[in-house]
Design a protein. Sequence first.
Length: 129
Amino acid sequence: MFDDNDRQLIQVIGDFLEMGHVENILAMFKQDPSHYKLTGELLRDERFMVRMGVAVLFEELKILRPAEIPLAIPALVPLLTEETPWMRGEAVNILGIIGTDEALALLRPLAGDQEPQIREMVADILATS
């Protein structure tokens, strides 16, 4: 699915997000919307600051490029069925930020997730949408 160039780019983006350089990654996404396809892989990163950086990035992109952020949805779908709860939770969070009808429809089945925190996140997102 990802070639060596994509893997290197995922690593670089992750490293920059971990260092707090969200503005650099924001510029990259604005310049090349194909980077949205990397979102799911970035959320698989075990470094909390990388995942937090993705959330901050999407909050900014929602303001600056709301029509583009749904491009990340296909990359997030596989995370919704991950066994690891935090991966599902990260995908739920980003889909909640995206907030389109398509994104919200993907969240509805997780209202019955086995993890209470995920159920709570989904309920909160759906209640405010």
